[in-house]
Design a protein. Structure first.
Length: 92
C-alpha cells in the first residue's frame, strides 16, 4: 500500500465522511447527532442541520453548566450542614 501525502489523506477522509453523512441521511438517522459525536462531519451538514447542531451544542453546554452549579450548591450545603453539626455538638 502506498503512503498518501497529507492532501490525499484529507481528500480521502473528506470523501469518507461525506459518504457516511449521506448514508445516515438516506437511512433517516440523526446526522446532527453523528456530527456532535464526530466534528469532522460538520462540514457535510446542510445549513438547517448546522443550525440544529449549534442549538444542541448550546443546550448541552447549558445542561453541563446547570449540573456543575447544582453540584457546587450541593457541596456547599453539605459543608454548611457539617459545620452546623459540629457547632451544635460543641455547644451542648
Amino acid at each position: 500500500m502506498s503512503k498518501l501525502n497529507a492532501e490525499e489523506r484529507k481528500a480521502r477522509d473528506n470523501d469518507r465522511f461525506s459518504k457516511r453523512v449521506d448514508e445516515r441521511r438516506v437511512k433517516g438517522e440523526d446526522v446532527v447527532a453523528y456530527a456532535l459525536a464526530n466534528e469532522k462531519a460538520f462540514k457535510f451538514l446542510t445549513k438547517d442541520e448546522k443550525y440544529s447542531l449549534k442549538q444542541r451544542q448550546a443546550a448541552l453546554v447549558e445542561e453541563v453548566s446547570i449540573k456543575k452549579q447544582q453540584q457546587t450548591e450541593l457541596k456547599n450545603q453539605q459543608e454548611l450542614d457539617k459545620v452546623q453539626a459540629e457547632f451544635t455538638d460543641t455547644a451542648q
